[in-house]
Design a protein. Structure first.
Lengths: 381, 506
């Protein structure tokens, strides 16, 4: 027997407890389709509704609320279900408005098979599918509608009662055990899924990603810049080798004796510098990098004379200038190895001995002197 | 008053005095006749400002400049051998690096301790001179960034440690000879394996004889001469032999100074005194390289002696086991750069020096093993600067096959391909049959692969604890580097460890 679907009770409460004012909104036009239901006081009978309408019509629409709502399509307000109608009738008869059905039949609905059993006429007009089903009630289907339990096949269990009893016990135990096992597995997987982010096979990378986590920019920005400037004749891998030589030289050379007149930027103490060669290199280059460059500009002072205008530099430009100075200064060294020359020059910059410092001081001096020329730039406009 | 000048031409009008009509100035100044003004009356031309005078004219090109001849003071070229010394310089210490706190030195106890697998064992400072003397270190092995040299204790080194320990101390292994050819990929640690063997041998007070670079003997850089009139086709290299004696004496001075000669050496020109130490014997060859080869032979005879000759019993002490290492074996498997008198290339196997060391791979003669007092032979190939010698490849495959008990008559036994024209002398050099002496092992092939992940982790932690690696050494990070290093090739791991990828936090 098919399960009794309880469609009805879910809808019952709002349907029954509608206020009666809703009935007043029914239009005159609804009379035109006389078979259409109207929800007046919950009573749904075509006849009674039409009678009521007639009455209203005769009473000339006393409260003016009988405005037409517009034409309704045939499918918009269909007839209620048979059982629904019965429920409403019983509702009126029993004077209950709490949605509790008066009979179990009303609550659970009536299976169609039962209706068909007792109603010959309905049997005759039943759909063909149902008639076929009633004719050959063999109980066999070409397909199975029940799920098969997962249980081991036990041979000979059907032969003896003991065996079948044992089998029942065993299968019950097995079911418990396997259910526990599955529950365990599910819990474990859920826990793992909760630990990971959803949709990830492996652990998510910690964010934000480091600057050098991408393999295309795996080295520090200054290292890249210096390497590219060390490159001669387009030989980048040679430049990389030179760069690693320079870093190793910074690692292994003794800590610099700093010159107080030409200090490096603030950083860790001297003894710690060689163990962090990138920081060491950054300090060296940033310390000697100029803040401005001088631009020779003609014509702003009048008379065709060119004046020097100090122009501020961005960080990358400052570093580039410093690297160029250091490489230029290293050309005067005697060592035949280019990387060695640059490495020694870097150390001498850290110790305040390099010619790069002189160039920086000169540029800054001229830059300070050239500040007065900045007035020309503003006056020109 | 009327001016005496004409207004139109500004010449002086003729006065009342009789004068010629044409002004004399016109003819005196050589100018065009139609010019009506007097150039004399013009103002003198202004001098130009000095700055503008020298500069380029308007819109003239400013780019061309005469190049100044650069006055370059000629730098004196570096002294002879200076650049090579710089190239071959070996720096074993970086005082900036941190001292690793609980790093142990290699010793007789911990060289067999398998618990130390994956850790770094330092080389003791007194031993460094010995190791430098036998040229165990190579220039580009990356010793220079650590506080002091140390090596990874890996599976192969522990196994070697047990071997050396057994030969020295265990009575059942006494006199055992292990002959190995060490191969492996580039950077897999073959030379460092030899170095570890040397350090273990020095701790056990063995005699260590090394050929650090085979190529030096075949490059025609050292002098050579026919050995004698009797066998003119064999050549001796006296300087190289003297260098070998020098290495051996310096490294093993402590051992050799205790041992005395045990027999007469008739091959030597001057007879030796009875109480000559082996150190003094070797020094004879160093002082006079012309006698270096007979002296080396005498020294070898003394080191492999098991018993004294009659009359020498008094001062005889038993000889220690020996470690013989050769690095870069492939250079000895082809023709050298030396020439015969007929200007034909000399095969490396015709050099008596090479012959001696290759003959050790064969079973010993006279019912004795190749090293009668026991010891280890480690001959390593090289993967960088390596000549391709097909016959050597086949020969090494044959060694491996024999090690796997493949019968030489079976079809699985590696054969050179047809028409490849293999060098029979090379094949024969490694074709050593099983020795009749039980203590003498057959020739083995040991292939060194990458280190395991645990060993790689120990190595990376060593970088971090030396202050050179500023990164958290996690399991995941080590695995990544292990994979990047071709499955733990330790030379590649070393490169990755010293590479700086972390930006500076200022």
């Amino acid at each position: 027997m098919p399960p009794r679907l309880n469609l009805f009770t879910a809808r019952a409460v709002p349907a029954f407890c509608q206020p009666s004012t809703a009935a007043a909104r029914r239009s005159i036009a609804t009379i035109l389709n006389a078979n259409r239901p109207s929800t007046s006081n919950g009573v749904k009978s075509g006849l009674s509704a039409s009678a009521q309408m007639t009455k209203r019509w005769n009473s000339s629409g006393s409260d003016g609320k009988d405005k037409p709502e517009g034409f309704k399509g045939p499918t918009e307000d269909p007839l209620p279900h048979v059982s629904e109608e019965a429920a409403e009738v019983s509702k009126i008869m029993d004077k209950r408005c709490d949605g509790v059905a008066s009979s179990p039949e009303l609550e659970q609905g009536t299976p169609i098979s039962e209706i068909l059993q007792r109603d010959k006429n309905a049997q005759k007009h039943a759909p063909k599918v149902m008639q076929d089903q009633m004719k050959n009630q063999s109980g066999k289907r070409s397909f199975s509608t029940s799920a098969r339990r997962m249980q081991p096949e036990v041979e000979g269990s059907a032969n003896s009662d003991d065996a079948s009893a044992n089998f029942d016990d065993a299968s019950a135990n097995f079911d418990d055990a396997s259910a526990a096992l599955v529950a365990d597995m599910v819990a474990q997987v859920n826990q793992q899924a909760a630990e990971l982010h959803p949709g990830l096979k492996f652990e998510a990378p910690s964010k934000p990603l480091g600057k050098t986590d991408n393999f295309r920019s795996r080295y520090d920005g200054l290292l890249e810049q210096l390497t590219k400037q060390l490159m001669r004749h387009g030989k980048l891998s040679k430049a990389y080798k030179d760069m690693s030589f320079i870093l190793d030289h910074l690692r292994t050379s003794p800590p610099p004796n700093r010159n107080p007149r030409r200090p490096l930027l603030p950083g860790p103490p001297n003894a710690q510098l060689p163990l962090n060669p990138i920081l060491y290199l950054t300090l060296i280059i940033d310390s000697v990098a100029p803040l401005v460059k001088l631009r020779q500009q003609k014509g702003i002072a009048g008379g065709g004379a060119s004046v020097q205008i100090p122009v501020p530099l961005a960080l990358r430009q400052r570093r580039r200038t410093a690297i160029r100075w250091i490489i230029d200064a290293s050309d005067k060294r005697r060592d035949s190895n280019f990387a060695m020359r640059v490495a020694q020059e870097l150390v001498s910059v850290a110790e305040g001995r390099s010619g790069a410092w002189d160039r920086r001081e000169m540029v800054h001096k001229l830059g300070v002197a050239g500040r007065s020329n900045l007035g020309y730039l503003t006056n020109r406009r | 008053m009327v001016s005496s000048f004409c207004w139109s031409c500004l010449t002086r009008l003729p006065t009342a005095s009789p004068r010629p009509m044409l002004p004399p100035t016109l003819t005196a100044q050589r100018v065009a006749a139609f010019h009506t003004s007097s150039p004399l009356l013009a103002l003198p031309p202004k001098k130009k400002a000095p700055g503008q005078q020298s500069g380029p004219k308007h819109r003239a090109s400013t780019t061309f400049k005469m190049k100044k001849r650069k006055v370059t003071d000629r730098v004196r070229p570096p002294a002879i051998g200076e650049r090579k010394a710089l190239r071959k310089r070996i720096v074993l210490s970086n005082p900036n690096a941190l001292e690793v706190a609980d790093m142990q030195d290699i010793s007789a106890d911990n060289m067999v301790d398998s618990r130390l697998r994956g850790s770094i064992l330092g080389l003791p400072v007194p031993m460094l001179d010995q190791l430098r003397a036998v040229q165990a270190f190579k220039p580009k092995q990356g010793w220079s960034i650590f506080r002091r040299p140390g090596t990874v204790t890996r599976r192969e080194s522990l196994e070697l440690g047990r071997l050396i320990d057994g030969i020295s101390d265990k009575p059942e292994d006494k006199g055992k000879v292990v002959k190995r050819i060490v191969t492996g990929a580039r950077g897999s640690g073959k030379t460092v394996h030899l170095l570890q063997a040397m350090s273990m041998a020095f701790t056990k007070e063995w005699v260590v004889v090394t050929v650090p670079e085979c190529q030096d003997l075949v490059l025609a850089n050292t002098s050579y001469a026919p050995l004698s009139d009797e066998n003119p086709n064999v050549y001796v290299q006296n300087q190289a032999t003297a260098a070998l004696l020098s290495r051996t004496v310096t490294a093993n001075q402590k051992v050799l100074s205790k041992l005395k000669v045990s027999r007469e050496h008739p091959a030597l020109k001057s007879p030796l005194k009875r109480d000559t130490t082996l150190e003094a014997l070797a020094n004879l060859g160093i002082q006079d390289p012309a006698t270096a080869w007979p002296i080396f032979q005498a020294l070898w005879t003394e080191l492999t002696a098991t018993s004294p000759a009659p009359g020498f019993e008094k001062d005889f002490a038993s000889r220690p086991p020996m470690l013989v290492t050769v690095d870069g074996l492939a250079h000895w498997m082809k023709e050298t750069k030396y020439r015969t008198a007929k200007y034909e290339l000399i095969h490396a196997h015709d050099l008596v020096f090479v012959q001696h060391f290759l003959s050790l791979l064969k079973p010993g003669e006279n019912q004795q093993s190749a090293l009668p007092n026991g010891g280890v032979l480690l001959y390593a190939t090289s993967a960088s600067n390596n000549p391709g010698v097909y016959s050597l490849d086949v020969a090494l495959k044959r060694v491996a096959a024999r090690q796997n008990r493949v019968d030489p008559s079976s079809p699985d036994y590696p054969m050179p391909t047809a028409f490849s024209n293999p060098d029979e002398r090379v094949l024969a050099a490694f074709d050593s049959p099983k020795s009749s002496i039980p203590t003498e092992g057959t020739l083995e092939l040991q292939t060194i692969a990458g280190v395991s992940r645990e060993e790689a982790r120990g190595f990376m932690e060593y970088f971090a604890r030396s202050g050179l690696l500023r990164q958290q050494v996690s399991e995941e990070w080590v695995n990544e580097k292990w994979t990047l290093a071709g499955g733990g090739v330790i030379g590649e791991l070393e490169k990755l460890g010293r590479r700086l990828t972390v930006p500076a936090q200022v």
